[in-house]
Design a protein around this ligand. Structure first.
Ligand SMILES: [Zn+2]
Length: 93
């Protein structure tokens, strides 16, 4: 774990203090029979633990942490629009 200051994902101005756990490399041996083994390398997910609220917009540490750990959530709105388009629903009113 290491201390890291990151930009607040909500206002992109405030700097929040986090404890950052980098992804950990793991090696796993997989057997394919007949003595064949292959080492498979996997990475654990990196993770942020936000220490304090955003000093700029005042967003709560818990919410910032959730957003930092789930960056895909940021694009979920876009994905929703795409899905609506695919379903043939009008996106323009
Ligand atoms: Zn902020």
């Amino acid at each position: 774990m290491q201390r890291m200051n990151v930009e607040c994902p909500f206002c992109e101005i405030g700097i929040v203090e986090t404890m950052f756990t980098p992804s950990i490399r793991r090696e796993k041996k997989e057997s394919f029979g007949r003595g064949h083994t292959k080492s498979v390398i996997t990475y654990s997910k990196e993770r942020y633990d936000v220490v304090g609220n955003c000093p700029h917009c005042g967003e709560k540490a818990r919410k910032i942490q959730r957003k930092l750990n789930n960056p895909s959530e940021m694009t979920s709105r876009k994905n929703m629009l795409k899905r609506l388009k695919k379903a043939g629903l009008p996106t323009r009113i």
